[in-house]
Design a protein around this ligand. Structure first.
Ligand SMILES: Cc1cc2nc3c(=O)[nH]c(=O)nc-3n(C[C@H](O)[C@H](O)[C@H](O)COP(=O)(O)O)c2cc1C
Length: 324
């Protein structure tokens, strides 16, 4: 399981960063994989309202949203947004990320595609502001709720602190550190305890991606499902994405991952290797349940063969999910 932290402050070591790194530190202690992104350090162009995403489901701007942030949002099961209040809302840097997620909004609401994590991704907000006004966090909370909805994350709550101005002020707060650690534990402990299943194949571009997506859709929150490849490809197989779109399942921004990376997000209880028997990877002896599914290969690399493969995988995943 990956926890993604979006750090919205331009201060690399400021109050928002402290809250977020405390949250992610607690997550790591529980055994989750984490990733903290300082959005100010990324090349993220604000939305230009080209409206290509509304019709075609992608943004033509070629920047770190495309190459890094969309894929990370799709990989993460928990997203934590951290930002100081700038004029009663989030920073412009984080707002640029939020606005560019109109692409994910459009894929969900216009194209009616379903992110496989739709019913299980969670969102949490951390924030600080210098003043003490009653309504200080209202604008931010509303904007973040809409952001979480666009990225298919259930808004699970927030921790916000008033009267925090200078860098480091939050460290002197009497309860902030413990509040954040407790919130991380409460949110993540039930997720960490789930059974973990890892699907593998040669390049994590097709078979294991399809299987993992079906398992995520079918099992919902019940299982912690990941996938990885022996030698990850550069990108997902185009026919795999298309064949899954026909089932309304959205794999567009998913990326092939190595087995090692997948395992670093949590050691699986079950590994299912898909493909010819002689290609099945040998995973750690520590994993009790290792299965192999010998399946049709997409030898002629056509959409039709990929559809057959998709249907075969769907059937096997359904049997597997029912059995566990
Ligand atoms: C451009 C700007 C706008 C700000 N607007 C507000 C505001 O509207 N209300 C408020 O209470 N604090 C405001 N602040 C103060 C910050 O929220 C505060 O200093 C915060 O602790 C900074 O957190 P950081 O260390 O994570 O950047 C503003 C600061 C800046 C630089």
């Amino acid at each position: 399981m990956l926890i993604l932290g979006l750090q919205g402050s331009p201060r690399v070591d400021g109050n928002s960063h402290y809250l977020l790194s405390t949250f992610l530190g607690a997550a790591e202690k529980l055994g989750a994989g984490t990733r903290l992104v300082h959005v100010d350090k990324k090349n993220i162009i604000p939305c230009k309202e080209y409206t290509v995403c509304e019709k075609k489901g992608f943004c033509p701007i070629d920047d770190d949203m495309k190459h890094e942030i969309y894929p990370l949002i799709r990989e993460a099961e928990v997203i934590v947004a951290a930002t100081p209040i700038f004029f009663y809302n989030m920073t412009a840097q984080l707002k640029a990320v939020v606005d560019r997620c109109q692409t994910l909004w459009a894929r969900k609401y216009r194209l009616k595609l379903k992110d496989p994590y739709k019913n299980q991704r969670k969102g949490f907000l951390l924030s600080v502001g210098a003043t003490r006004g009653k309504n200080l966090f209202e604008g931010l909370e509303l904007a973040i709720r809409y952001f979480f909805d666009a990225v298919d994350a259930d808004y699970c709550g927030s921790l916000t602190y008033r009267g925090i101005e200078h860098s480091g002020d939050i460290k002197k707060h009497s309860s902030a550190k413990k509040d954040v650690e407790d919130a991380a534990k409460a949110l993540l402990e039930p997720l960490i305890g789930r059974k973990k299943v890892l699907f593998t194949c040669k390049d994590n571009a097709c078979h294991s991606q399809i299987a993992a997506a079906f398992a995520q859709v079918m099992a919902g929150e019940r299982l912690d499902v990941s996938s990885g490849g022996v030698k990850p490809a550069d990108k997902l197989d185009t026919y795999a994405v298309k064949a899954m779109e026909e089932e309304n399942i959205d794999l567009k921004f998913r990326r092939p991952m190595s087995i090692e990376t997948a395992i670093s997000y949590g050691l699986p209880d079950t590994v299912i290797s898909i493909g010819p028997l002689n290609e099945a990877p040998v995973i750690s002896d520590r994993i009790q349940n290792q299965q192999r599914w010998d399946m049709v290969q997409n030898a002629d690399n056509s959409l039709d063969t990929t559809r057959k493969l998709r249907d075969e995988i769907e059937k096997r995943v359904s049997e597997f999910v029912e059995s566990i």
